[in-house]
Ligand binder design. Structure first.
Ligand SMILES: Nc1nc2c(ncn2[C@@H]2O[C@H](COP(=O)(O)OP(=O)(O)O)[C@@H](O)[C@H]2O)c(=O)[nH]1
Ligand SMILES: [Mg+2]
Length: 196
């Protein structure tokens, strides 16, 4: 699949602003700075579609992008860096849960984790939340260009162990080397075909 059209549609800060539309949605979630906006831009082939870290305000919103007039990329707010004494307390924005609970047309959630870092408690909680709520998800290990090619597989295996998930749902991706981008596009294409 080639993305020939990608346009910003709207942003939401709360439940009321969430988009009501039948087209399938692919959501990108993960802590701030993990590379959500960059990945949306790289997949779309547009440099500034989703604003990257230089525009902090937008990272608190749910941002919708319509792709090829047929599905959405949804850039969700980052988890932030908040450290909490109460480990089990959910620290992600309420609008993230509002989004998951109210988007019946959610095709897949891409959970992004930096390939170099151990999964945080928030990452683990997010994955548990998605499993518990039977929401389809894939894990994306971002910034794979930051480690030696020969080590990527070991990093993915360690991440799968730490998260207690199957290795084959984790894909290494880089916007610099372009690793994994085509594979994600192919996956999205297969989901869109099923949904339409
Ligand atoms: N080296 C490298 N840097 C990346 C990659 N993806 C994102 N970044 C950088 O990571 C920073 C945060 O990216 P951004 O997309 O704004 O993260 P977000 O907060 O999750 O949306 C930016 O400086 C990006 O250039 C990647 O694949 N490789
Ligand atoms: Mg962002």
């Amino acid at each position: 699949m080639k993305i020939i059209k990608a346009e910003y549609v709207t942003s939401a800060v709360e439940l009321l602003g969430l988009l009501k539309d039948e087209k399938p949605q692919f959501a990108f979630v993960g802590r701030s700075n993990v590379g959500k906006s960059s990945l949306i831009n790289a997949l779309s082939g547009k440099k500034n579609l989703a604003k990257t870290s230089s525009t902090p305000g937008l990272t608190k919103m749910v941002n919708y992008f319509l792709i090829n007039d047929s599905f959405y990329f949804v850039d969700l707010p980052g988890y932030g860096f908040a450290k909490t004494a109460h480990k089990t307390k959910k620290v992600w924005a309420k609008v993230i849960e509002d989004y998951f609970e109210n988007s019946s047309n959610l095709a897949t959630v891409f959970v992004l984790l930096d390939i170099r870092h151990e999964p945080s408690e928030n990452d683990k909680m997010m994955i548990k939340y998605l499993i518990l709520n039977q929401i389809s998800f894939k894990i994306i290990a971002t910034k794979s260009d930051k480690i030696a090619k020969s080590k990527i597989k070991n990093y993915l295996r360690a991440m799968a162990n730490q998260l207690n998930v199957r290795e084959d749902i984790i894909k290494a991706v880089s916007i610099q080397s372009k690793q994994g981008l085509n594979e994600i596009l192919k996956y999205i294409e297969s989901c869109v075909e099923v949904n339409s």
